[in-house]
Design a protein around this ligand. Structure first.
Ligand code: E4P
Length: 218
């Protein structure tokens, strides 16, 4: 499973890239606003740190506008992935870009029917938002299971399921068990993945017992 980090905070991205776990980055207008920085400057820096797909979201709502914005964004770096919303206009823009070999992430997916349309539009990634579905009392992970199952029926669908709006480590392990291709993870949740109290406790005991032996390995 590929791990993307869901942030526009370059300090966090550098730090997490050093773990060797990062395969890409997703940003959105909210995350860019949170960074307080220029969109193009931030993306340029992110693309230089992480070689995998870096999602940059358009803000126009009509296909020609999305295409014009996307064409500016792809010039930033080879690994830019154009992010478009799951609307008819977004799907038209998706088809335009993927037919020209540009990667597209179709975002704001909340139903299996929408995911089907994105695959038909040739999306590189579909982003179903699990946390936001959970927030309104629906089962976000059931949607992931449905999309993975649906896509598996058709060899010619190349769209990867990119689980978004992740709130906790269980979302990630459940998505991996379902066979989702990618998880885009907030930095705090990515850091949580390694934590287990028994690991900390076990290491403490091993180190103190080792100290008693008076030996050194190197
Ligand atoms: C995905 O690409 C989105 O940026 C993100 O996962 C949305 O998450 P949120 O629901 O926590 O805002």
């Amino acid at each position: 499973m590929k791990f993307f980090v869901d942030t526009a905070d370059i300090k966090e991205i550098r730090d997490l890239a050093a773990t060797g776990m990062l395969d890409g980055v997703t940003t959105n207008p909210t995350l860019i606003a949170k960074s307080g920085r220029d969109f193009f400057d931030v993306l340029k820096e992110i693309c230089a740190v992480v070689p995998g797909p870096i999602s940059a979201e358009v803000t126009a709502t009509d296909a020609p506008g999305m295409i014009a914005e996307g064409e500016k964004l792809v010039k930033i770096a080879k690994n830019i992935t154009i992010k478009v919303p799951l609307t008819w206009e977004g799907l038209k823009a998706c088809k335009h870009f993927t037919s020209n070999g540009t990667m597209v992430n179709v975002t704001l997916c909340f139903s299996a029917a929408q995911a089907l349309l994105a695959a038909k539009a040739g999306a590189t990634f579909i982003s179903p938002f699990v946390g936001r579905l959970d927030d309104i009392g629906q089962d976000g992970m059931q949607l992931i299971s449905d999309i993975v199952t649906m896509y598996r029926q058709y060899d010619y669908f190349k769209t990867e399921v990119l689980v978004a709006s992740i709130r906790n480590p269980v979302h990630i392990t459940d998505a991996a068990m379902m066979g989702a291709h990618v998880a885009t993870i907030p930095p705090s949740v990515l850091r949580q993945l390694v934590q287990h109290p028994l690991t900390d406790k076990g290491l403490e005991v091993f180190l103190s017992d080792w100290k008693k032996t008076g030996q050194k390995i190197a």
